[in-house]
Design a protein around this ligand. Sequence first.
Ligand code: MG
Ligand code: MG
Length: 272
Amino acid sequence: MIIVKTREEIELMRQSALVVSKTLGMLAKEVKAGVTTNYLDKLAEAFIRDQGAVPGFLGLYDCPSTLLCSVNDAVVHGLPTDRPLEDGDIVSIDCGALMNGFYGDHAYTFEIGDVAPETKKLIQVTKESLYIGIREFKLGNRVGDVGYAIQNYCEGHGYGVVRELVGHGIGRKMHEDPEMPNYGRRGRGKKFIEGMVVAIEPMINGGTHRVKQLKDGWTIVTKDGQPSVHFEHDIALLDGKPEILSTFAYVHQALGIESNEEDEFRQDALVL
Ligand code: MG
Ligand code: MG
């Protein structure tokens, strides 16, 4: 059952999402060659607690960490490790926070130093597909419309769309109805309703869509060893349209990236 939120609850959810956005922005300055994901994890936990929130993943389904850091061929759910990041790596950092009873959950894929052009392209297309999916999250549409749009765009570039892991509704629970697959058929699935909030999160592989789980019981990697990219936003359905609650603006600011990619999905200008 989809749990709709009031305007007031959506504003609280925006605060939770922004805790994660600021955490990703803080991490953007720290993600570089020589740094371990265990170190990033400790930084993130302290940063989230400093903001009066608690890490959203830590302890959830027995997750041992604040961040999930998926390097290169890792798709999602990568546990932080003591392996230093290297020039040419990519790392998808997924982060959750719980504040005022509501969860935020969002993710960004970072480049370390000089990344191969084909991997840069995969990052660019995956990020574009996130917004192509968000554009379909509107009144009158269904779950399948978002999935179809993401799948069609990414497969059109020859990439693999992961099937086993999906986006989701979010609220007082990290994972609520409906499931939001990154594949689907137009006009199929649950109808979108005013006041619902979802996490849309394309997980796109450079090669095959097939994945496997490592022996750590968490990390999901591509079956063919090709890189995989993950971006995620939290979005509310307000006035029939998608309203992004999270933002990459802090990351962009830290990395010196100029972007207006979120503007069409925000009713009020964002003040950093
Ligand atoms: Mg996430
Ligand atoms: Mg999620």
